[in-house]
Design a protein around this ligand. Structure first.
Ligand code: HEM
Length: 563
């Protein structure tokens, strides 16, 4: 303690410090906290004055604790924090300190477009993907260490963007839905797997009650998983979808490292283990067939596996990928294929059934393209069959398509994260600057080594970008009056499929898929609350992060429109 004496501190303070080290530590921490807050506030005020500079220092959101930065506010409420700080800055870009890194958050459409236009040498997602594969899918860093094999299999997914895949996948899905939509709910004794998952009970008048979220996501999952992986995958793993949705419920916990401490996290880990085993067995069987060997008794019939999934298996084998890499990646694709489409179909149906006028208008536009079989042919279980004209549905039914976009705008969140590999300057457009009430557009330099975040969910709820964002208004995506200008449905500033190099590879199929499922259910079924009340309440949404689940499922009564 000799050094303290040489600075001639008052004897009382020296006494306190030497007799109470705990108090000293606490006081020092308090001083550091106050100083950090004061310094970061000064930085913010300095940046706020730069309203006339063409190149502005991004506003750094002040924080209290060094090395922690704004992490606590983010853990509490990501979207609330982003929206509050965006509004107090008035800028299209703000920055945060989170742990050892600096994050630049984009809140303006013109800046988003510039991000999507960058090459991988400038902005990439590699490290984020490696991190996500490790924490969410437990790949033990396989994607990082076997990056060549990882990238080859990732490239094989490009096939999903090709016309051949979209036509095959859409056609198969439509044909399956034509037969199965009448069996969304059946009757006691002939329950389908999705009815069990949806807790369906049957009423004397022929209607049935169901947990609608569970029913819809499992029904869509069954059709699409069968279409991509072949029917044998679910047949041999009847719990596959239960595991998939258990994993989905807890994936937030895995990502936030709470996984080991919460029941949802532990359930998600257990489900992930089962999914890995299922994908291992399926892969081994498909690979055996490709080598000309017997796939074993469980997988005798693999003729219905889609081309894209066959190619993925071949790519894994050719690149000598480890089982860990193959299985964890195959689980991630299985999840990605289902998590967004299936949930959006649920939310979209809830919104449309809840608004009678919208429901009636949508049924009118669908009538020519989605109808009961003209030949009187029956579907599964002798129940009515539909004829779906996919081309007509996707081209000439603007209201249902716009309802899909509006559903994604309201339901999806998620942050698009990129690592910055080279310094980058982005510039606000004059239009966006005016929309944010700025005197003039400004540019920002984002330094290499930092991370860039697209605040999609926050932008989708920004009233300057989407007027009255809390209202479900599909019309906001429809352009043209059909007289002077043709009617077009345009996503405008909505980027729920991501963008640039990493844009969703399933997007062409997904758009058609969602319309096929939603249209067929809307035409085949009436829906109201199971308690007999008149108003269908939209359930509250769960945690942010890609597509959300409802906080609690909603019990509905389904009545067949055709028999
Ligand atoms: C409403 C439905 C869907 C939405 C909103 C959606 C959205 C997304 C988003 C936001 C990404 C990440 C993009 C980025 O990082 O910038 C993504 C990636 C991907 N999606 Fe989708 N998706 C949907 C359905 C599907 C379907 C049905 C499939 C497959 C059949 C699919 C296959 C993929 C694949 C393979 C990737 C990885 C792309 C890559 O890393 O290069 N998606 N999707």
């Amino acid at each position: 303690m000799g050094f303290l004496h040489s600075y001639h501190l008052p004897p009382a303070i020296i006494h306190l410090i030497t007799t109470s080290p705990t108090l000293t530590i606490l006081t020092t921490l308090l001083a550091i906290t106050l100083l950090t807050r004061a310094l970061t506030e000064l930085q913010r005020r300095h940046a706020l004055t730069q309203t006339d500079l063409p190149l502005k220092t991004p506003i750094r959101i002040p924080y209290w604790i060094p090395f922690v930065g704004s992490a606590i506010s983010f853990a509490r409420d990501v979207e609330g924090t982003l929206a509050k700080d965006r509004d107090s800055s008035g800028d299209g870009l703000i920055s945060y300190r989170l742990g050892p890194s600096t994050y630049y958050v984009i809140n303006m459409p013109s800046l988003v477009r510039q991000v999507f236009a960058q090459k991988a040498a400038v902005l990439s997602k590699e490290k984020i993907l490696y991190w996500f594969m490790r924490v969410a899918f437990g790949d033990g860093n396989a994607a990082r260490t076997e990056h060549a094999a990882f990238h080859e299999s990732h490239k094989a997914l490009n096939l999903m963007l090709k016309d051949d895949f979209v036509t095959e996948a859409t056609g198969k899905t439509a044909r399956a839905v034509e037969l199965k939509s009448g069996s969304l709910v059946t009757s006691k004794g002939s329950e389908q797997a999705w009815e069990k998952a949806g807790g369906v009970t049957y009423n004397e008048d022929g209607s049935a009650d169901a947990n609608f979220y569970g029913l819809v996501v499992n029904y869509v999952g069954q059709v699409v998983i069968d279409m991509l992986y072949g029917e044998a995958l679910i047949k041999n793993n009847p719990e596959l979808q239960k595991d998939l949705w258990d994993f989905d419920e807890g994936v937030h916990h895995l990502v936030s490292s709470l996984g080991a401490f919460t029941a949802a996290g532990r359930r998600a880990k257990e489900a992930r283990r089962a999914l890995v085993m299922a994908m291992d067995g399926w892969h081994a069987a498909v690979a055996a067939v490709q080598r000309g060997q017997d796939p074993g008794p469980e997988y005798q019939d693999l003729d219905d596996v889609s081309e894209v999934m066959r190619l993925r298996v071949k790519t894994w084998v050719d690149s000598k990928a480890s089982t860990k890499l193959q299985t964890t990646n195959d689980v991630s694709v299985l999840w990605g294929v289902n998590v967004n489409s299936n949930k959006n179909i649920f939310w979209m149906l809830m919104q449309i059934y809840a608004q009678r006028e919208l429901l009636s208008d949508i049924r009118k536009e669908l009538a020519a393209y989605v109808k009961t079989s003209s030949t009187g042919e029956c579907g599964a279980n002798g129940l009515p069959k539909l004829d779906i004209d996919v081309d007509g549905l996707c081209k000439y039914c603007p209201l249902i398509k716009a309802s899909f976009y509006e559903t994604m705008r309201m339901n999806m969140s998620g942050l698009g994260i990129r690592q910055v590999n080279k310094d980058l300057v982005v510039t606000e457009s004059a239009e966006d600057a005016a929309m944010f009430g700025k005197k003039k557009p400004q540019s920002y330099r984002i330094p290499a080594g930092s991370s860039l975040v697209l605040a999609n969910g926050t932008m989708q709820q920004d009233p300057r970008i989407f007027e009255e964002p809390e209202k479900f208004r599909p019309g906001r995506f429809i352009e043209g009056d059909g007289k002077d200008e043709p009617v077009r449905v345009v996503m405008k500033n909505l980027h729920t499929f991501g963008g640039g190099l990493y844009k969703c590879k399933g997007r062409y199929f997904a758009e058609k898929e969602v319309l096929i499922f939603a249209a067929s259910i809307l035409m085949m079924w009436d829906l109201r609350p199971a308690d007999g009340s008149d108003v269908l309440e939209i359930p509250a949404m769960g945690l942010a992060g890609a597509s959300r689940s409802p906080v609690a499922d909603v019990r509905v009564r389904l009545t067949r429109r055709y028999s």
